[in-house]
Design a protein around this ligand. Structure first.
Ligand SMILES: Cc1ncc(COP(=O)(O)O)c(C=O)c1O
Length: 301
């Protein structure tokens, strides 16, 4: 799909006995960026092989995944259907920037109640969708399935074997699973969940072939999409000092956690840490709209 060279950028930190780098997967594409590209790559190939004309997927109103699927549909000639959590959104005068973008890419948005959304993996529910939309290729919420994990196994490259720790943000667990599968036994994979979900550990175990990983659950800032002024301050300061923009839902929380853990001496002396920038920057505009309404400081772009 894309041939962007991915590089590991140095992050300057006070503690000189530790080396910290970030893999700039966010530069792959403005919308199909980071783990979205990795998760979609083999799924899109499969959809083409199966001759599917439609991609159908699920997500919340601010979902990076919805934006990525909409963009991929436009770029690779699929019609796209986004099943969106929250039927109340359908009657709102203005959609948020993520949904506006998805619509502009040609995605058909189907809004459903939060209750129906909870049943989205039930066979009856899928059957109803099949009656409504013809011959679609189904991509699960967050894009995580076997082919997505296979794609995420391509995030690590040969030269990354020298790192002791590899850190990534965790949502549905597909990205970390691919990284775990591609890692070497001597490496420790740290996942930073962006939400409170007690089942994520089990989800990762379904896909991960090794046990050299650990979830750091102290940096979700209250749950999915929840943020606090200290997180915004951190993201803005990080961007100013390192010239790297982080998103507030995933990578900002992860990086906040890593800086805090370095401060708390979690990592032994001489540790080499690689963090993964999994993208998600499209969500900043929508988040800023919300912050503005709440009269909170904005993320500087
Ligand atoms: C920017 C970003 N980083 C990390 C993640 C977490 O990925 P996963 O759902 O595979 O755990 C997501 C969500 O998919 C995301 O949008």
């Amino acid at each position: 799909m894309f041939n962007t060279p991915i590089y590991n950028q140095n992050i300057s930190i006070k503690n000189k006995s530790i080396s910290l780098k970030i893999k700039r997967e966010d530069l792959i594409h403005p919308f199909i960026s980071g783990n979205k590209y990795r998760k979609l790559k083999f799924n899109l190939k499969e959809a083409k092989t199966l001759n599917s004309k439609f991609l159908l997927t699920f997500g919340g109103a601010f979902s990076n995944h919805i934006a990525a699927v909409a963009s991929a549909g436009k770029e690779y000639d699929f019609s796209t259907i986004g099943v969106i959590r929250g039927e109340e959104l359908e009657f709102k005068k203005d959609l948020n920037s993520t949904l506006e973008f998805a619509k502009a890419c040609g995605m058909h948005l189907k809004f459903i109640s939060r209750e129906d959304y909870r049943n989205k993996t039930n066979s009856d529910f899928i059957e109803k969708l099949k009656n409504e939309f013809d011959n679609f290729y189904l991509i699960p919420e967050g894009g995580t399935n076997d082919l997505a994990v296979k794609g995420c196994e391509e995030i690590l490259q040969l030269q990354d074997e020298t790192f002791d720790y590899i850190c990534c943000a965790v949502g549905t667990g597909g990205t970390i699973s691919g990284i775990i599968n591609a890692s070497k036994k001597h490496q420790k994979i740290l996942g930073f969940p962006a939400l409170k979900n007690n089942f994520i550990q089990e989800d990762i175990r379904k896909f991960a072939a090794q046990d050299n990983w650990q979830l750091i659950t102290d940096y979700h800032f209250g749950g999915y999409g929840k943020i606090k002024p200290e997180l915004i301050t951190f993201i803005n300061r990080f961007n100013k000092n390192q010239n790297i923009l982080l998103d507030p839902i995933y990578t900002g929380k992860m990086m906040f956690g890593i800086f805090d853990l370095i401060e708390k001496k979690f990592f032994p002396k001489n540790s080499k840490i690689l963090t993964i920038h999994t993208g998600g920057l499209q969500g900043i505009t929508g988040m800023n709209e919300m912050l503005q309404r709440k009269k909170l400081p904005l993320i500087e772009i």
